[in-house]
Design a protein around this ligand. Structure first.
Ligand SMILES: [Mg+2]
Length: 216
């Protein structure tokens, strides 16, 4: 493919690992005490643990419910306390100049304020390495739906077809492909054979940026 005009990035475990330090089990307990039980929506397989999937799934299930904000806040409290333990993913520090030189947006299941705080904690700044953050928002259907990818392209004023998304999970891949955006999965081992026929793969962010022609 020709070099993309914009790069869309997943946050968790693509730029920064916050997820490994977030107690989604405790978050789920808080959600249960808030809303009781609920009917899970069908979501694709990932390598996430059950509590993480359940937290992302409940946000999907309550999209049109007035309690969505309280549920999101309950989960966000646990995501926020993990920021101080979070770790930059391999080669992200080396990719700073490349990211700063091209239009970029983060498309994440984290709330935008938590995403911006954790990016800032690792010296990835809005207006420098990252131009926009499309975060958890009841008006934007979450990944694996394409809505966040399309919203990021709208903000960047680029077409989905001229962009590339880089992410670590099948949810990222499905969201990108549904939007008509090329996708590079990092690392390759996170994607099963069926998905790999439709995407590029790389071992690191720097390799992914190189593969799509954005670095020498
Ligand atoms: Mg991720």
């Amino acid at each position: 493919m020709a070099s993309p005009t914009a790069v869309l990035l997943d946050l968790d475990r693509t730029l920064i690992d916050l997820q490994s330090f977030t107690d989604y089990g405790a978050a789920l307990d808080d959600v249960r005490s808030l809303v009781g039980s609920w009917q899970d929506v069908q979501v694709p397989d990932t390598d996430w643990d059950r509590a993480t999937v359940a937290c992302m799934s409940v946000l999907h299930a309550f999209l049109d419910d007035p309690r969505w904000g309280d549920i999101s806040d309950a989960i966000a409290a646990h995501e926020r306390v993990a920021i101080a333990q979070s770790e930059l993913m391999p080669t992200v520090a080396d990719a700073r100049l490349t990211l700063a030189s091209i239009p970029t947006a983060v498309v994440t299941l984290l709330p935008a304020d938590v995403a911006i705080a954790v990016l800032d904690y690792h010296d990835l700044e809005i207006g420098r390495e990252i131009d926009f953050v499309v975060g958890r928002d009841p008006r934007v259907k979450p990944k694996p739906e394409p809505d966040g990818v399309l919203e990021a392209c709208r903000l960047l004023e680029v077409s989905p077809e001229d962009s590339v998304m880089i992410g670590d999970s099948t949810w990222d891949a499905q969201a990108a492909l549904a939007a008509g955006t090329a996708f590079v999965g990092v690392p390759a081992a996170g994607f099963d054979t069926a998905v790999r026929t439709q995407i590029g793969t790389a071992d690191t962010l720097v390799q992914a940026l190189t593969e799509v022609g954005l670095r020498e």
